[in-house]
Every structure is written in C-alpha cells, then in structure tokens.
Design a protein around this ligand. Structure first.
Ligand SMILES: *Cc1c(COP(=O)(O)O)cnc(C)c1O
Length: 356
C-alpha cells in the first residue's frame, strides 16, 4: 500500500507530473533541449524573484551546495549552522580542502543577524552559508534581517540553502542579495528527487573564476558558461526530470499562483502549530517556526516509532525527530501539494491512535 507522505522529502508527486517523466527523449544538444532549459530558467527566475542565471544539476540538492562552497570560496568560508543541514556545508568544505569555520546555534535556535555581523566584521571571510529552513529542527532563520547585515559586506558571496523552502514560501533572491541559492526538487516543489537547482549571481560567477580547483562535474563556472552560451549542459542532463519540472512550474505559476501556494503552506503550518500547542508543545519559538514543516516536542513521551507503525497500517507516514532529537520530537511536513484537509485528516488519525 502506498503511504501518504508527511515527511520533509521526498513528497508525494501529482499523477500528471509523474507522467511527464515518461516524455519521449530528445537529444541534449538540440534546439528542443535549449528551449526546455530556457523555459525552466524563466519560470524559476519568477519563483525565485531573481534575474540571476539558473543552473540545474543531475544530483540532489547537496550537489549544488557542494558546488557553491567549493567553487566560490577564495579565502575562507563562514558556515552558520542551526542543525544537520548547516553542518553539511562544513563537511563539504572540509572534504574539498576548502578553508572554513563553523558557527553553530544551540539546537532549536536560529542564526541571528548579530552572530553574522560579528563574524563578518573580522574580515577573515569571503563567503558565508546560511540555512533558510533547517529541516532537522523545523527552524526558519530570520533571513530579512540577516540579509541586511550581509549587504554591508559587498565582498562576501552569500550562499543560501532553500532546499526545503523554495516553492513553499517566498524567497526573494535579489532583494536579499543571495549569490547562490540552492534547492532540491523533492521537497516543496513537489517532484521526485534527482535534480539540484541554483541561481548564480554574476558576483558568485566572477569569484569562482578566481578559484583554481573547482572539480569538474560540480564546477559552477562550467555550468554557468554552458547555460549562458546556449542553455545546455557540459554533461547529459536529466531530461525526464526537466520535462516534469517545466510542467510542474507552469502548474505552480499559472494554475495555483505563487501567492496562493505560499498562503496554503502558511495556513497548514498555522494549523499544525495550533494542534501541537494543544496536544504537545512546539519545539521552535513562534517567530522562527517553519512554514513548510513543524517539529513537535514529544511532551507526552509517546513512542514515535510505534505511532508511525500505526499510521503505516492506515496509509500514512510522518518523520521521527532527527539525530539526537529522535523520539524527543517528531516532524510533520506540510509541503508541496498537500492540502489543509489532508493535514486535518492526518491529525485526526493521530488523535485516534494516541487517544488524545
Ligand atoms: C533535504 C535537505 C538537504 C539535502 O538535500 P538533498 O536533496 O537530499 O541533497 C539540504 N538542506 C536542507 C535544508 C534539506 O532539507
């Protein structure tokens, strides 16, 4: 039996979108391939509120995260982490021999503009990474305030992980001054896993041209050069995925509309937060609670894994807490095509199982 997924990726994919993966193949050096990438670029630029170059990579989101930190760090990267996915940027830097320091917040707390200011004021760094929406804790960082601080340091390449938020909440890339904004397809965008998406600024591109060892497959300069030349790729791109992405972006932009989509995500988030407060407790402070998933503090000390077993019998799946937060918390994703009614049904079933 298929389990309805309330986990923060992969998400359930609409049947008509899945069908697009089966589109007959085209040559990747043809005019049709150029048009496909161009169409995707224009739609993603709208969704990301940016004029920057859009590149895709046949990898999950981590691929272009690694590309960004490796290709664009000339001096040293300042990695701000509020959880597992923030830590991942640091591991990528270390694994690629890229100089980096990590600045961690206590679990459940955000990266603050003050932290960023203090670190950037040292003048030691030329790149920073921020996690917009930390999926391991469901914390959404205060990007508007952080962006204001970063703008005071024009030499900094600003890399932002929006893997679990792009498509579910507004990410105004140009307004925030984000140089490399990275996302994946299998979270709020409502597609299967397998494509990494990024917007790349001219500033990030110029920085990357000054870095000698950028690797090959994830070399941002190569990727941007090719896309700028004729909207193609150095290697064969995942064309099935691109057909589905192009189609899904049209559905999002023209059928649902961005504002409606963001409002739907927020409405679901508010409902789950209210339920969490009534029955358990919220892990995040209100002002930093994510719009795309919620982490609930397991104040009733239920067995989360038993709950998930019972949910599975009824055709549903949620997520346990991440890492050290396993069983201490659990996570409910409300992203992609999920509706408020589906969320209500899920929560009713949980109440029934737990006899709340
Ligand atoms: C899922 C996730 C990642 C990793 O993305 P992949 O597509 O699995 O490589 C990185 N950052 C955040 C915030 C995520 O939620």
């Amino acid at each position: 039996m298929h389990k309805r997924l309330f986990i923060p990726g992969p998400v359930d994919v609409a049947e008509d979108v899945l069908q697009k993966l089966a589109t007959p193949q085209i040559g990747h050096r043809t005019k049709e391939a150029t048009e496909l990438q161009k169409s995707i670029s224009e739609k993603l630029q709208k969704m990301m509120y940016t004029n920057n170059t859009i590149v895709l990579s046949t990898s999950s989101g981590s691929g272009l995260m690694e590309a960004a930190i490796r290709s664009c760090t000339r001096k040293k990267a300042a990695v701000f982490s509020v959880g597992a996915f923030g830590d991942r940027w640091y591991k990528m830097a270390k694994g690629n021999n890229v100089p980096a320091d990590i600045f961690k917040s206590e679990l459940g707390h955000p990266t603050t503009p003050e932290m960023v200011e203090k670190v950037l004021a040292t003048g030691e760094y030329d790149l920073i990474t921020i996690t917009h929406n930390e999926t391991s804790t469901a914390i959404m960082n205060p990007l508007e305030e952080i962006a204001k601080v970063v703008k005071k340091y024009p030499e900094i390449i600003f890399c932002l992980d929006t893997v679990s938020s792009l498509g579910g909440t507004k990410i105004p890339v140009d307004e925030w001054g984000v140089d490399v904004c990275v996302a994946s397809t299998q979270k709020c965008l409502g597609l299967p896993a397998g494509l990494s998406i990024a917007s790349v600024s001219e500033k990030a591109y110029n920085a990357a041209t000054q870095v000698e060892f950028r690797g090959l497959y994830f070399d941002l300069v190569e990727l941007v050069d090719k896309v700028r030349k004729n909207y193609q790729y150095p290697s064969t791109p995942a064309l099935p995925h691109m057909f589905a992405l192009d189609y899904q972006l049209s559905k999002i932009l023209d059928e649902e509309g961005l504002e409606n989509r963001f409002a739907r995500h927020l409405e679901m988030a508010k409902y789950v937060r209210e339920w969490a407060r009534k029955n358990f407790s919220m892990f995040a402070e209100d002002q930093y609670a994510s719009n795309t998933l919620t982490t609930i503090l397991n104040t009733k000390e239920i067995s989360v894994s038993d709950l998930n077993k019972e949910l599975a019998k009824r055709g549903y799946m949620i997520s346990n807490g991440y890492g050290d937060l396993k069983e201490k918390t659990f996570r409910i994703a409300h992203m992609a095509e999920t509706t408020l009614d589906e969320v209500k049904t899920l929560l009713n079933i949980i109440e029934e199982i737990l006899d709340l």
